[in-house]
Ligand binder design. Structure first.
Ligand code: ADP
Ligand code: MG
Length: 250
């Protein structure tokens, strides 16, 4: 049973009088407990799709999470943790308070917040810098704070946009191992990347091309043998037309 359904999805950006049509009638789904890697050239719409699933953009069509339209679920009740490419940490808060933020929004009690933040900080190897502001951290540490903040409320789905985009290879491996261990605890991960090397961690690899899924392949990450489940050809280049009004202005 898939837990995310993207149905008849369309989105355009408007700059001055120009429309950039990124998606039109896209249909796809993401099943439980997988590490999904979404690959594609820069500009192919990977971040747009992720931000829409995170509920950060308006769009045409529908996105369902376990049969519930995401737009009808209040943001704090969505079982989704989003890690943006730029980390987007709160610069005025220390690591502890950054990680605690989603729990405070949920009105958790202070003892529960303390215990959970310490647990997640330990998991993400951040115990030694809990009272430091983000600007004093390395890129890898900041990325781990962003991951800790995304998982602290234990959402079922983690969305990660280029989770290793700004990191060296050692920090990248540490971050990917972290995402892998989160997946092993039962979470679904949807990760956007332009780095094919990261697909070794994925159980499913989706290639985007011209606003459609070009290939969709199950990988060997947690199995012994490769199993190719589905390959879809693109239905041709997405048309760019001012007449199309499928996506709303953002
Ligand atoms: N805020 C925005 N305003 C206008 N155009 C945008 C905006 N964000 C993305 N785009 C355009 O939409 C297309 C898809 O962008 P994006 O989703 O960021 O792709 P990717 O993450 O695959 O690089 C690109 O052509 C990009 O220039
Ligand atoms: Mg992007």
């Amino acid at each position: 049973m898939p837990n995310i359904f993207v149905k008849d999805f369309g989105i355009s950006y408007y700059k001055r009088r120009n429309e950039t049509l990124v998606f039109e009638h896209l249909n796809c789904s993401f099943a439980n407990e997988k590490i999904n890697a979404i690959l594609g050239q820069s500009g192919s719409g990977k971040s747009t799709l992720l931000r829409a699933i995170a509920g950060l953009l308006s769009y045409a069509g529908d996105i369902y999470f376990d049969e519930q339209n995401i737009n009808k679920v209040p943001p704090f009740k969505r079982e989704i943790g989003y890690i943006s490419q730029e980390y987007d940490l709160y610069s005025h808060l220390n690591v502890f308070d950054n990680i605690a933020y989603p729990l405070k929004v949920l009105n958790a009690d202070s003892q529960e917040i303390k215990e959970r933040v310490l647990e997640v900080a330990k998991q993400c190897q951040l115990e030694d810098c809990l009272f430091v502001k983000p600007k004093y951290l390395s890129g890898g540490q900041q990325q781990r704070v962003a991951i800790a903040r995304a998982i602290v409320s234990d959402p079922e789905i983690i969305l990660a946009d280029e989770p290793t985009g700004n990191l060296d290879s050692r920090a990248s491996i540490a971050v990917m191992e972290e995402l892998k261990s989160i997946h092993e605890e039962g979470n679904t991960i949807i990760m956007v990347t332009h780095n094919p090397a990261l697909t070794v961690y994925a159980t499913r690899v989706i290639n985007m091309l011209d606003g459609q899924i070009n290939t969709d392949i199950k990988t060997v990450a947690d199995q012994n043998l490769p199993q190719k489940i589905e390959v879809k050809r693109t239905r041709g280049k997405a048309k760019r037309s001012r007449k199309s009004n499928k996506g709303r202005k953002n």
